[in-house]
Design a protein around this ligand. Structure first.
Ligand code: WQD
Length: 342
């Protein structure tokens, strides 16, 4: 079975992608330094797919370790590269940590595979669009000046990948620009596992509902939107994981659109924060304790994706709706409350 390297494969999106790769008949191999995840996730994945994925623990910033792995693993068909620091707020406080980690790890990987045939799928983000001028935002929209070092590392990475793909005959690259990943696997055995106080909306909602947090603050209620709160395109993490399998399949066949391509991975529908809260309350049956507070610095007001290119070019589209996103996130939070991980 074709081996696919999944860097950051014990993380939130990585672990769900490992599961979907297995279901699609691939053999996922994980590299992770466990800086933002937990070894127990391997046991959780095994409970779902029946086998424990091959796992290598090291930091991709260690060039020697990357070269040694590539020398000893010559049958890797494709790479899905998730491993990166991804907290927007932290990146503003510690930019050098983000540029070092996110750029060195990518460059070490690309250099190690120079001259070899490799299909490369990159975890990018809608954050490259900033505040789009036109909604829904298409892949042809201009990349705007990043509003955080985290967002800038995604933009720089896309440029490095585009140029490397053009310069290397055997490289093919697809960058997937995620909107907002939420939810958990239907088994409730894997899901989002934020370390410390959650930065992202959904884990904060579910931790408030389960009683780990006192109250959710809605960051801003006076924006020029449907109800004053920010609008996002939330995408179920399982749909997102399946988009990575679709990208590997497209690269296997050869992408007629070129050696470097980008796709929006979202649902094409925007929900405000208040609408997301209402959807959570409906799906979980839990009343949420929240109040509307001041805006969060750097927040984009409204963004949701045009996903026509993903449907036509990638052969993928989201199938899980907001109800599945909320109910699966809630089931995972309840599982964690009885089965703590990490
Ligand atoms: C969503 C909405 C907040 C918390 C970031 C990155 C993106 C991706 C996902 C990595 C916003 C509001 C949040 C809270 C709130 N990162 N909110 N109260 O900022 O859209 O995207 O995370 O892959 O690249 O940019 O996600 O979940 O932080 O916020 O009101 O306690 O929820 O203001 O409108 P964001 P988020």
């Amino acid at each position: 079975m074709s081996k696919i390297l999944v860097t950051g494969g014990t993380g939130y999106i990585g672990s769900h992608t490992v599961v979907e790769l297995h279901h699609a008949g691939y053999t996922p191999i994980i590299i992770d330094n466990l800086s933002n995840s937990n070894l127990q996730i391997l046991d959780q994945i095994e409970k779902i797919i029946g086998v424990k994925p091959e796992f290598h623990q090291f930091d991709l910033c260690d060039e020697a370790k990357v070269l040694e792995f590539v020398k000893n693993n010559t049958d890797i068909q494709g790479i899905i590269h998730f491993a990166a620091s991804k907290a927007v707020g932290e990146s503003v406080e510690k930019p050098l940590k983000y540029y070092r980690n996110n750029m060195f790890s990518l460059i070490n990987l690309l250099q190690a595979y120079q001259g070899k045939k490799i299909d490369f799928v990159f975890s990018s983000s809608c954050t490259v669009y900033g505040e789009p001028d036109v909604l829904p935002v298409t892949e042809a929209a201009p990349v705007k000046k990043a509003t955080s070092p985290y967002g800038n590392t995604k933009q720089i990475a896309e440029e490095i990948l585009a140029e490397t793909a053009e310069a290397n005959a055997n490289y093919q690259v697809i960058a997937l620009r995620y909107f907002n990943p939420v939810g958990a696997h239907e088994s409730a055995l894997i899901g989002e596992l934020p370390l410390g106080v959650p930065q992202n909306l959904l884990p904060f909602i579910t931790q408030t509902a389960i009683g780990k947090r006192e109250k959710l603050t809605v960051f801003g209620g006076d924006y020029d939107t449907v109800d004053g709160s920010c609008v996002r395109d939330y995408i179920h993490v399982v749909d997102l994981a399946k988009a990575h399998v679709a990208a590997i399949r497209l690269l296997e066949k050869g992408n007629p659109n070129g050696k470097y391509d980008v796709f929006n991975i979202g649902t094409g529908k925007g929900y405000s924060v208040l609408e997301a809260i209402a959807a959570f309350e409906k799906a979980s049956g839990q009343k949420l304790n929240y109040s509307v507070g001041p805006r969060r610095e750097g927040d984009v007001v409204q963004v949701w994706g045009d996903v026509n290119k993903s449907a036509s070019g990638l052969g993928w589209q989201a199938s899980l709706g907001i109800d599945d996103m909320m109910s699966s996130a809630w089931a995972w939070e309840k599982y964690l409350s009885e089965n703590p991980i990490g």
